[in-house]
Design a protein around this ligand. Structure first.
Ligand code: ADP
Ligand code: MG
Length: 395
């Protein structure tokens, strides 16, 4: 991608705003239940501190909708960050702009850390308001963007701000750009994409773009039903998007014309209701009973998918193969995840539910790169230009 990163600029003695994605899950008492997102930014922060930069951290948390909402305060996150920085003090400003943020930033010395309150307490953040962006920019010399997960949005802290101070990529962003970028621009072949999840309508752009690039496209999950229905199979009560049958046919034709091998389920696990304890059985796709619904790929399909993954060198995966939330229908996703791991391919997984599925199955560590951005990774795979990435300075 050739974007300027931390090693390309002089940061010593500089005031550096670091845009992170500390949108961490919290329980009712405000305890952080998963600090992965905070940990993921530590390399960038430690680097800046070791170079004697003054570090000012900005983030959003939740959806306060442009108003101050105490339950979305970043204060507990500042405490957590302090622990993760081995007890280093993390100062806190109760507003991300205004006099307190200005005076604390101005007084911040080399190697010190300040966190500003939730950006989304101001509606101007999501509106990409130039005046708000300018006020944020006024606090520092440089912006480091480590928030890939919001970089598909033209928000002030990742987009507008770059008009006023240089924006560069942090180490976490570097990793996203490296793995996703290489997969879509210069993949080592064979390149296999696995697309699943609920609906084809969510992922049309991704499928269309990946069809230009992959050697094999595997389709599973709920969206596979629409492809099956498009080929004339009766899918019973399965999730089928009736208005997307033509589209599915076109995608099948497009795959043929591009020489992409398109793999669809041959058998499915059907259930008599959408429930964890549903009655279930495996059937070939031409024998789905009228009153039943397909909630997972079957074992023959999983074996076929696994075989096509054996020789893969690059794998991009978005969307689970079944309703993994119910253990009984997580089997196909697990088989495919194990096949991805066993292939030794460079593997890249994006998508909130896909990552949740891998974590549930305890297979996330087997993946080369788990993207930190669900929506952002999808837009990247669609070939779209992401505003927060476009705003980064070129090398
Ligand atoms: P991601 O968040 O990784 O992009 P999606 O949101 O597109 O993935 O899809 C995930 C959802 O798809 C899960 O909630 C899962 O239960 C659902 N799903 C997968 N297979 C099926 C199926 N056969 N029928 C209905 N829903 C399914
Ligand atoms: Mg999802």
């Amino acid at each position: 991608m050739n974007k300027k990163s931390l090693n390309d600029i002089w940061v010593s003695g500089k005031k550096v705003l670091v845009r992170v994605d500390y949108n961490v899950p919290m329980d009712k008492e405000g305890n952080i239940t998963d600090d992965t997102r905070i940990r993921a930014t530590i390399p960038t922060l430690e680097f800046l501190l070791s170079k004697n930069a003054a570090v000012i951290i900005i983030s959003h948390l939740g959806r306060p909708k442009g108003k101050v909402a105490p339950e979305f305060s970043l204060k507990p996150v500042a405490q957590k960050l302090s622990q993760l920085l081995y007890g280093r003090e993390v100062q806190f400003a109760a507003d991300c702009i205004g006099p307190e943020a200005r005076s604390l930033s101005a007084a911040l010395g080399a190697g010190q850390v300040l966190m500003l309150e939730n950006l989304r307490f101001h509606a101007e953040e999501e509106k990409n308001d130039p005046e708000f962006a300018k006020q944020l920019a006024g606090l520092a010399d440089i912006l480091v963007n480590d928030a890939f997960g919001v970089s598909h949005r033209a928000h002030a802290s990742v987009h507008g701000i770059a008009k006023y101070i240089p924006a560069i990529s942090g180490f976490l962003m570097d990793k996203e750009l490296l793995f996703l970028g290489q997969a879509v621009t210069d993949p080592v072949r064979p390149f296999v994409a696995i697309i699943g999840g609920a609906k084809v309508s969510d992922k049309i752009g991704v499928i269309e773009n990946l069809l230009q690039k992959v050697d094999t496209l595997i389709i599973g999950g709920g969206m596979a039903n629409t492809f099956l229905a498009a080929q004339g199979y009766k899918c019973g009560k399965s999730l089928v998007e009736a208005d997307k049958l033509e589209l599915a046919k076109n995608l099948i034709t497009m795959a043929k014309s591009k020489g992409v091998s398109l793999l669809l389920p041959e058998d499915v696990v059907v259930a008599d209701k959408f429930a964890a304890d549903a009655d279930r059985k495996t059937v070939p796709v031409d024998q789905i009973p009228a009153e039943w619904m397909a909630l997972d790929i079957g074992p023959a399909t999983a074996a076929k998918f696994a075989q096509s993954l054996q020789t893969a060198k690059t794998v991009v995966w978005n969307g689970p193969m079944g309703v993994f939330e119910f253990d009984a229908f997580a089997v196909g996703t697990e088989a495919v995840a194990k096949a991805v791991a066993a292939s030794g391919a460079k593997s890249i997984v994006g998508g909130g539910d896909s990552v949740a599925a891998l974590e549930k199955l305890k297979l996330a560590a087997q993946i080369t790169h788990i993207s930190t951005g669900g929506g952002a990774s999808l837009e990247f795979l669609e070939g779209k230009e992401l505003p927060g990435i476009a705003a980064l300075a070129d090398k």
